[in-house]
Structures are given as structure tokens and as C-alpha cells.
Design a protein around this ligand. Structure first.
Ligand SMILES: [Fe+2]
Ligand SMILES: [Fe+2]
Length: 422
């Protein structure tokens, strides 16, 4: 169609006024923000490696969705103050109960078989019934988010099948899913347009607060035990170049522990500006991507990385610290520190010029670019988290690093002694 810039159905009256539209988008925004926080809270606690990776990707996509919705809401005569509000007590309860999923399967069902399909249906409905000219900016945003949701739901469906094969039948799962659906119905559905019963449902599991795990979890049935030592590959080659290359691949694969530390910061630190959560969602997903760099490189070399002991120091050693100290340790201590040569530049040049491994060189090239961004995020947010200037934060990070290396060195010594005794 040439007229109306190709916009179909231009004459029909839309279903929503500006005020009604803003109210709907507030609900969508709220759910994406709570999904982000839920995934962050669960990342260190979930067993399945593929689930961890997908939580990292999808929480980043949820943050991007929430960010676009925030911008659109502000265009609909809505005060920015409304962007920090919970739009509906029943939606709040729904997300509180989802946070209390007790297994990989419960969480996967809650996100990918309950909440996200309902979101997708609400967006399809919104795009169909809103006035097509007046609300084109919203339609464009929802279309992009719907594409992500379709991919996420398809992935989730496959993961549910896999987790069901791995675990025995679970009556609690059925009940958990029913409870989420009934709370969603009490909220009038995602959009709140359904008929609401006159009473609000009560709390079930969320009477207790959700607590992050003290140590991060790996699937004990399919993965090696967690460890504070770096254990490399099963049979380190004699050639020092090849040995160092494989060690680098392993260190990348072990970056899931950095993602889990950021997850703890993102989950625990409340009352920061929205930009902080958006930045940390990206930072977290980047660290998951780095772990996937390592996974892909090791698998290309035929290395069985999964049955090796799994390094979890970044999360485990720092678990008891407050979020500001955790973030300063990683972003200033480790990431800003890696900007000094040889650092990240040296890793890339080694893979390109010495090991001459094109795939790993490409991974390190992008890893270096990401780390430049992360050091910048550290300088932006660590002072704000701690309430001190960057000079103070650097001193604090140096002390945190010293404490960290002490523990890792001890574990490393123990590992070497045990290995030579075998
Ligand atoms: Fe990284
Ligand atoms: Fe990083």
C-alpha cells in the first residue's frame, strides 16, 4: 500500500486513549524489569549450564525491552516518577511468587510457559487493536520485543522438554504453575483488561524473602565439582604455546562466575537509577558471552570442558561482600586492571600472532573491546555504589583483590598437591 506510508487499516478507531495506553505500557515495563531481576537472582542458583546462558541473554533482552517502553511511556504525558511504581499489587505478587521457583524446571516453566507467552499474546493484541497511525511508535517497539519473545519462548519450550527428561515427575511443579496462572488471572491478565475477582490472592512461597545462594551452583550430574582453583584442560599438552592457548580457552569458559557475581550485584542493589540496571544487564550478558567464547573454542578443539572441575571463585569468594565492593572488585580491580599491558591486548596478540588460532583470536579481539566498556562501567557506577570517589574505589578494589588472590592461591596450591599425589 502506497498511501499512509504503508500503514494498514488507518481509518479504524483505536482501542486506547493516551492514558489507557500509558497504563498498559507501565504493566509491560514492570514485568520486563521484574523478569530481569528474577533471572539475575536465579543465575547463581540454577544448575543447568544452558539455562544459565539463556538467562543471561534473555535478561539483557528484558532490560532493552523495558528501556524502550520507558521512553515511550514518557512520551504519553506520564511523569518519569511513575516509572519506578508498581502498577498493580497482583502483578507484583505474581513476580514475587515466580522469584520463589525452587528448581531449574520450575523457573523455566514460570518464565517460558506462563509469563512470556502471556506477554506475547498481550503484545499481539495491543498491536492489533491500537490506532495504527497514532500509536505507530508503540507498535514498532512491541514488534521488536515480540520477535525476542518468540525466540525466547521457543527456546524455553525445548528446555522444558530437556529438564523434564532429566528430572522425575514433580507434583509441586503443577501446583506452582497453577498458582502463577491464578494470580495472573486475579491481575486481569498481563494487560489487566480481564475481569478481576473482587479479592486479592495471598502470598504463598513469597512470605519468606528470596535469598541468593552462598556458593554458586553447577549441575552435579553433568558437570565437574565447583572449585576455587583454575584446573585447565584434562591433559595439558607439552608444547607451551598450545598449553597456554587451551588455558586461555578454559579461563574464558570459566567467566560464568563473573556473570554470576554481576547477577548478585544486580539483584541485591536496590534504589539505583534505571541506567544502572540496564548497564549491568549488558555487562552480565557480555560475561556470559565470554564464557560461551571459551565453550565454543574448547569444543572446536575436542576438549570435554564440562566434566572438568568448574571454577566459581569470582562469585564464591566475594559472596559475602556488599554489592559496591563486589562490583569494584570486578570492574575496577580485574577489568580496569586488564587494560594495562600485556592484559587484554596481550591475550589477543598471543592468539593472533603466536598461537595463530583465528577463532580464538577473534574471540579475544571482541573480549578486549567488551572489557574496555566494562572498565568504563566500573568507573561510572562503582563510585556511586560506594559513595566515594574513584581514587578511594581503586584503593578498595586493590585490597579486595589481595584478599581474593590469597584464597585462590591457597586453593591452587591444594589442587597442585592433590594432582601430584594422584
Ligand atoms: Fe569477561
Ligand atoms: Fe568484563
Amino acid at each position: 500500500m502506497l498511501s499512509y506510508a504503508g500503514i494498514a487499516n488507518p481509518h479504524a478507531l483505536g482501542a486506547y486513549s493516551v492514558e489507557q495506553n500509558a497504563r498498559l505500557l507501565q504493566r509491560y515495563r514492570y514485568i520486563h524489569e521484574r523478569l530481569l531481576r528474577t533471572a539475575a537472582g536465579h543465575l547463581p542458583a540454577r544448575e543447568n549450564w544452558d539455562l544459565k546462558a539463556a538467562l543471561g541473554k534473555h535478561l539483557y533482552e528484558d532490560a532493552e525491552a523495558a528501556d524502550l517502553l520507558r521512553q515511550r511511556i514518557a512520551e504519553l504525558r506520564t511523569s518519569p516518577a511513575a516509572l519506578s511504581r508498581e502498577p498493580d499489587a497482583a502483578l507484583g505478587l505474581l513476580m514475587d511468587e515466580l522469584l520463589h521457583a525452587r528448581s531449574d524446571l520450575e523457573l523455566t516453566v514460570g518464565i517460558y510457559a506462563v509469563i512470556k507467552p502471556a506477554l506475547l499474546a498481550a503484545y499481539r493484541q495491543h498491536m492489533a487493536v491500537t490506532q495504527q497511525i497514532v500509536d505507530q511508535p508503540t507498535i514498532r517497539i512491541l514488534r521488536g520485543i515480540a520477535l525476542d519473545l518468540e525466540e525466547q519462548i521457543a527456546w524455553g519450550g525445548e528446555m522444558i522438554g530437556e529438564l523434564e527428561r532429566l528430572s522425575a515427575g514433580n507434583g509441586e511443579l503443577v501446583l506452582f504453575k497453577e498458582q502463577l496462572n491464578s494470580i495472573m488471572a486475579a491481575a486481569g491478565g498481563i494487560a489487566g483488561l480481564g475481569k478481576k475477582p473482587p479479592q486479592l490472592p495471598g502470598r504463598i512461597r513469597s512470605q519468606q524473602p528470596y535469598v541468593l545462594p552462598v556458593r554458586s551452583v553447577r549441575d552435579p550430574r553433568r558437570m565437574g565439582p565447583t572449585t576455587l582453583a583454575r584446573t585447565g584442560v584434562a591433559q595439558p599438552p607439552d608444547d607451551p604455546v598450545r598449553r597456554s592457548l587451551l588455558e586461555k580457552m578454559r579461563v574464558r569458559q570459566e567467566e560464568m562466575t563473573a556473570a554470576e557475581l554481576i547477577a548478585a550485584v544486580l539483584y541485591s542493589q536496590q534504589h539505583m537509577p534505571w541506567a544502572f540496571y540496564k548497564d549491568l544487564a549488558r555487562h552480565l550478558w557480555d560475561e556470559v558471552r565470554h564464557a560461551l567464547f571459551g565453550q565454543a573454542a574448547l569444543e572446536c578443539e575436542g576438549e570435554d570442558w564440562m566434566s572438568r572441575p568448574q571454577y566459581t571463585s569470582d562469585y564464591d569468594v566475594n559472596a559475602a561482600k556488599i554489592p559496591g565492593a563486589q562490583y569494584a572488585w570486578l570492574s575496577i580491580g580485574i577489568e580496569e586492571g586488564a587494560m594495562k599491558r600485556p592484559g587484554k591486548a596481550g591475550e589477543y596478540e598471543f592468539c593472533r600472532d603466536v598461537a595463530k588460532h583465528p577463532l580464538m583470536a577473534q574471540f579475544q579481539d571482541y573480549d578486549w573491546a567488551d572489557e574496555v566498556v566494562h572498565a568504563g562501567l566500573g568507573r561510572k557506577w562503582s563510585p556511586e555504589l560506594i559513595g566515594e570517589d574513584i581514587g578511594f574505589v581503586r584503593e578498595l578494589a586493590a585490597q579486595e583483590l589481595e584478599h581474593f588472590w590469597e584464597q585462590v592461591r591457597t586453593a591452587q596450591r591444594q589442587w597442585s598437591e592433590d594432582a601430584s599425589a594422584c
